[in-house]
Design a protein around this ligand. Structure first.
Ligand SMILES: Cc1cc2nc3c(=O)[nH]c(=O)nc-3n(C[C@H](O)[C@H](O)[C@H](O)COP(=O)(O)OP(=O)(O)OC[C@H]3O[C@@H](n4cnc5c(N)ncnc54)[C@H](O)[C@@H]3O)c2cc1C
Length: 510
């Protein structure tokens, strides 16, 4: 192989046409369409895709926007609903209910952060539910949604939203987009991989049909199997099952029987938890569990007996091991999606991790030699992303008072990673949420779980005491009633869908 240093990547090969593959193809085609750089995506209809993954995070809107995708068209083509957050049921104790919103709590009422004022009021036993001070939570509880207001003075400006959609349709939508921008799709099963004897770089792949495809840079989106990153390059896997033991899931869609709210629900169960994700035409349901704590049959029965409508397909069982590859970028292979790692879908983070993988790859886009410094930086950034998501997911399990089943007792008593311990201690002792600049989940997210799962700070910001008791009560009440009044004025989620996403197809047809 001649020296590849300083030579631009000309042929990018993506293995896999699931959500990860088509998101990568769309973004790369958007960047390189019309240039000399080719993008080829190989997928096998016979192998298929994992086909779950319906709840997203608000960041996906920026991904779509960066590609110039019309949100209304995307919503219409993917049967999407709006997601304002996740409602968690029975996590702290049986009967508890709180929402992790996509937005901030309260507003500025003094020099300290809003939640410190609420903590003081709550210490006196006089506070309303913390969620009542957050517009997207109150809107979600009342099945309401309107687009955020651009006016920073409005309570409707301090929130964001995401989508609940049919992930397979999102893949089809993006594949149309990527192909229009010049990406090529090749149907076929990869049966062998050629590597360069000197560098160990992947040089090409061969399909069952005998066709060979050479490339400079390979994006491994082949799902859990990790065709290039693991089966070929033997990169290794960091197993995080000791922190997050759930390892299986059943998924099944059911019919809609009532109004669908603009939020996902996650209900804690004996050996794991159950999701409910409403789309326009059906509800996605699943039970994530650990086979050490309940049997497959028990998990399946739990799911099927709690469906709110008639099942629309046979339940599908999925197996996974929580963790990530030791390196997400190894030699000239970048693993994006399930091939790079998996953290259970409790906070809908997988598609967001795909997005981060793509954004970081574009930011550090290499020459053919895939400089080690770029690879190291990419791996450092992605490690942070994965670790921060892991800690946030763990918080839901360890901050529990449940004592009714072995899973919850074990999680309460487990050893926490230092990074998580620091966060929990800081909140418990001083009511503060240390911020980081890189990675998912801003302080309002952490706050929602801390407070929602009954972690009570021992102290609050002393500047709160500069406010008299009467002033404090009046300020909090003003914020609460302003939000309640704004929600009453907000359109119903169903009406919003009818007027926004759901009508796009009709409009383009007329
Ligand atoms: C139970 C569960 C629930 C989830 N819920 C959510 C959620 O709510 N939100 C969220 O963000 N994420 C969720 N996820 C994750 C989400 O499903 C995935 O991140 C997403 O589907 C991306 O998958 P993928 O594209 O990496 O892999 P896959 O969908 O498995 O695609 C792999 C692709 O590789 C191809 N392939 C494999 N081997 C070969 C070969 N030899 N030759 C040719 N092609 C090959 C396949 O044909 C396929 O096209 C969930 C995951 C699970 C398991």
């Amino acid at each position: 192989m001649s020296d590849p240093v300083g030579r631009p990547v000309r042929d990018i090969v993506i293995i896999g046409g699931g959500t990860a593959g088509w998101m990568a193809a769309a973004a790369l085609a958007h960047r390189f369409g019309g240039t000399e750089t080719s993008i080829t995506l190989v997928e096998s209809a016979e192998i298929g895709i994992v086909g779950v993954g319906e709840a997203t995070l608000p960041q996906i809107r920026y991904f779509n926007r960066s590609l110039g995708i019309d949100e209304r068209e995307m919503m219409a083509r993917t049967s999407a609903t709006i997601k304002l957050g996740i409602e968690f049921c029975d996590w702290g104790k049986a009967g508890d209910r709180y929402t992790h919103p996509f937005g901030a709590y309260g507003e500025t009422i003094g020099p300290a952060d809003f939640h410190h004022y609420w903590v003081r009021q709550n210490t006196g036993g006089d506070a309303h539910d913390f969620g009542e001070y957050c517009y997207p939570i109150v809107a979600a509880r009342n099945d309401r949604f309107a687009l955020p207001d651009e006016d920073p003075a409005s309570p409707l400006d301090a929130f964001s939203y995401a989508f609940q959609f049919d992930a397979s349709l999102y893949g089809v939508f993006l594949s149309d987009f990527a192909k229009q921008k010049g990406a090529k799709r090749v149907e076929g099963k990869v049966v062998s991989v050629q590597t360069d004897g000197e560098t160990g770089f992947v040089a090409g792949i061969a399909l069952e049909s005998g066709r060979e495809i050479a490339g400079d840079l390979f994006v491994d989106c082949s799902g859990f199997r990790g065709l290039l990153i693991e089966q070929e390059l033997e990169t290794g896997y960091e197993d995080w099952s000791e922190y997050l033991p759930c390892n299986r899931a059943y998924a099944v869609p059911c019919a809609i029987t009532d109004t669908v709210g603009p939020y996902t629900r996650a209900t804690a169960r004996k050996g794991g938890w159950q999701w409910r994700i409403p789309l326009q035409h059906r509800i996605g349901n699943g039970h994530v569990y650990c086979d050490r704590y309940i049997s497959d049959q028990e998990a399946l029965d739990q799911l099927m007996t709690t469906l709110e409508g008639e099942p629309l397909a046979d339940p599908k069982q999925l197996f996974f091991k929580t963790g990530k590859r030791r390196k997400l970028w190894n030699r000239n292979v970048v693993a994006i999606g399930l091939s790079g790692g998996f953290l259970e879908p409790l906070e809908s983070t997988s598609i967001d991790l795909i997005q981060s993988g793509i954004v970081n790859l574009l930011a550090l886009f290499p020459e053919r030699d895939c400089d080690a410094a770029d690879r190291d930086e990419y791996n450092r950034l992605m490690d942070l992303e994965f670790e921060r998501v892991r800690d946030f997911l763990m918080l839901h399990y360890v901050a529990t008072q449940r004592d009714d089943a072995a899973l919850w007792r074990d999680m309460r008593n487990m050893e926490w990673p230092d990074s998580l311990k620091y966060k929990i201690d800081a909140f418990r002792r001083r009511g503060i949420v240390p911020e980081y600049t890189h990675g998912l989940f801003l302080p309002p997210s952490w706050l929602s779980v801390f407070i929602g799962q009954n972690i009570v700070p021992e102290a609050y910001d002393p500047r709160v005491d500069l406010m008299s008791e009467q002033e404090l009560a009046a300020n909090l009440e003003r914020v609460r009633s302003r939000i309640a009044a704004a929600v009453v004025q907000t359109s119903r989620h169903d009406d919003f869908l009818e007027n926004y996403g759901a009508t796009f197809a009709g409009e383009s047809a007329s």
